[in-house]
Write a protein that binds this ligand. Structure first.
Ligand code: V47
Length: 366
C-alpha cells in the first residue's frame, strides 16, 4: 500500500506510515489507533504487514480441544464454564475418558489443546499423569496445554516452583502453552473479573519461565468488558516487552468477551465485527515482534474471522471439535469445523490455506 494513499480522517496516517516504515509504535500511537474511526486505514496497513510476514498464506491446524474438568476453585466473573463440585453438571475426566475423547477426534488431528478448571481437590500429579498418559497413547500428537494461570495454580498446590512445575510437565510430554488466562494484564481489571487466579505479574513470570525452558506459547487478550483503552495498550506493551526478552510467543489472539451466563451479563454487550477487526489490526500494528495474529473463529464468528484475514490476521486456529468455554457463554458458532470448511473459508478470503503444526511448521499447502 502506498503510504500516500492512507486516508487521514482522524490523524492516524503518520502513525500507520511509521509502522509501515518498520518503526515501533509508542503507547500514545496505540491509543490514537484504538480511538480511530478509520478502520479501513488501520486494516489496510495491518494487512500490508501481514503480507510481509506471511505473504498470502493463512495458517490453520487440525486440533481437538479437551477440557478435563469444569470444577474450578477460581469461579471467575468472566467465565460461564466453571462449576462448583456439587453442581449437577460438574464433571472431571479420568485418563480413560480423556483418551477416548482424543481418539474420537480421528487420525488427522495433530494437536491436543487442553485447558481446564483449577480443580480444588486434584493434586498436581493428576494433570502430570494425564500428560504422561496422553503422550504414551498418542506419541505423534503435540500437547499444547495449561494456561499460565493453571501453571501458577499447580505451583501453589504442589509447593514447587514455576520452573519445577514446567520442567516436570515438559518431561512428561508437554509441547507448548496456549495463551489463555491473560485476560487483561492489569491488576485493577483482574481484581474485578478474576480475583482468585494468577496476577498480571504471575502470568508474565510463568511465560518468561516457559520460554526460558524452550516451551513456546501464545498470548491472548480478553476485550469488551470493563477494560479501558489504556489497559488494552498496556497489555500489548507488556507482551511486546516480554517478547523482546524471550522471543517465545508464537501468536497473539484477541478474544472478544461473551458475557452471556457470566457474572458480567447485563453489564456489557459482546463486541461486534468492527471492534474485533479494529483489535486484530491494532494487534498486528503494535506487536511488531510477534509473528502471528490469530482470529479465533469460535469467538469472532466465521464472517469476522474471514474478514480478519484481510485486516492483519494470518491464522484462523483449528478444527477444535468440542469447544465448551465459549459455548457456555452463549457462542452461536459451531463447536468444531471440519478441515474442508476451514480451507474453503480461507480460500474465499483470497488467501492460501496452509495446514501447520503446533510450532508453525508448514505441513501442507491446501
Ligand atoms: O483463558 C473465558 C477466555 C480463554 C470467556 O493459545 C472467554 O492457541 C470470551 O485461551 N468470553 C480460553 N472468552 C481460550 C483460549 C484460546 C483459544 C484458542 C486458541 C488459543 C491458543 C487459546 O477463553 C480463557 C479466557 O481468556 N474466556 N470465558 C467468555 N465468557
Amino acid at each position: 500500500m502506498a503510504i500516500a494513499s492512507v486516508r487521514d480522517s482522524d490523524g492516524v496516517a503518520p502513525i500507520l506510515a511509521k509502522s509501515l516504515a518498520g518503526e515501533r509504535l509508542s503507547r500514545d500511537d496505540g491509543l490514537r489507533l484504538l480511538a480511530s474511526g478509520d478502520l479501513l486505514a488501520l486494516g489496510a496497513a495491518a494487512h500490508t504487514l501481514k503480507q510481509r510476514h506471511s505473504a498470502d498464506r493463512v495458517f490453520f491446524n487440525v486440533n481437538c480441544h479437551l477440557n478435563l474438568t469444569n470444577i474450578c476453585a477460581a469461579r471467575c466473573g468472566l467465565c460461564a464454564f466453571s462449576r462448583d463440585a456439587r453442581d449437577a453438571d460438574a464433571y472431571c475426566m479420568d485418563q480413560q475418558e480423556a483418551v477416548e475423547r482424543v481418539r474420537a477426534a480421528g487420525e488427522s488431528v495433530t494437536e491436543i489443546h487442553m485447558v481446564s478448571g483449577l480443580h480444588p481437590d486434584k493434586p498436581f500429579t493428576y494433570y502430570l499423569d494425564m500428560v504422561r498418559c496422553l503422550r504414551r497413547e498418542f506419541p505423534r500428537l503435540h500437547i499444547k496445554a495449561f494456561t499460565a494461570a493453571e501453571i501458577q495454580y499447580f505451583a501453589d498446590i504442589s509447593g514447587g516452583s514455576i520452573e519445577d512445575v514446567l520442567g516436570r510437565l515438559k518431561e512428561a510430554g508437554l509441547g507448548s502453552l496456549p495463551g489463555g488466562g491473560a485476560e487483561v494484564l492489569s491488576d485493577r481489571v483482574r481484581e474485578r473479573i478474576c480475583p482468585r487466579k494468577a496476577t498480571a505479574g504471575q502470568w508474565l513470570a510463568v511465560m518468561r519461565a516457559a520460554h526460558a525452558l524452550g516451551l513456546k506459547s501464545n498470548a491472548t487478550l480478553l476485550f469488551g468488558h470493563i477494560e479501558t483503552p489504556e489497559e488494552i495498550i498496556d497489555h500489548l506493551l507488556s507482551l511486546r516487552s516480554l517478547q523482546d526478552e524471550t522471543g517465545g510467543f508464537q501468536a497473539f489472539i484477541p478474544l472478544p468477551f461473551h458475557p452471556e451466563n457470566t457474572a458480567l451479563a447485563g453489564t456489557c454487550s459482546r463486541p461486534g465485527a468492527v471492534d474485533i477487526l479494529r483489535m486484530i489490526s491494532l494487534s498486528r500494528l503494535m506487536l511488531d515482534s510477534i509473528e502471528h495474529v490469530k482470529a479465533y473463529w469460535v469467538m469472532t464468528g466465521l464472517p469476522a474471522a474471514q474478514l480478519a484475514l484481510v485486516f492483519g490476521a494470518d491464522d484462523i486456529d483449528g478444527t477444535v471439535r468440542e469447544e465448551k468455554i465459549t459455548h457456555a457463554a452463549g457462542a452461536a458458532t459451531a463447536t468444531g469445523l471440519d478441515r474442508r470448511a476451514l480451507i474453503a473459508l480461507i480460500r474465499r478470503s483470497g488467501s492460501r490455506p496452509v495446514e501447520r503444526d503446533s510450532l508453525y511448521r508448514m505441513l501442507r499447502c491446501c
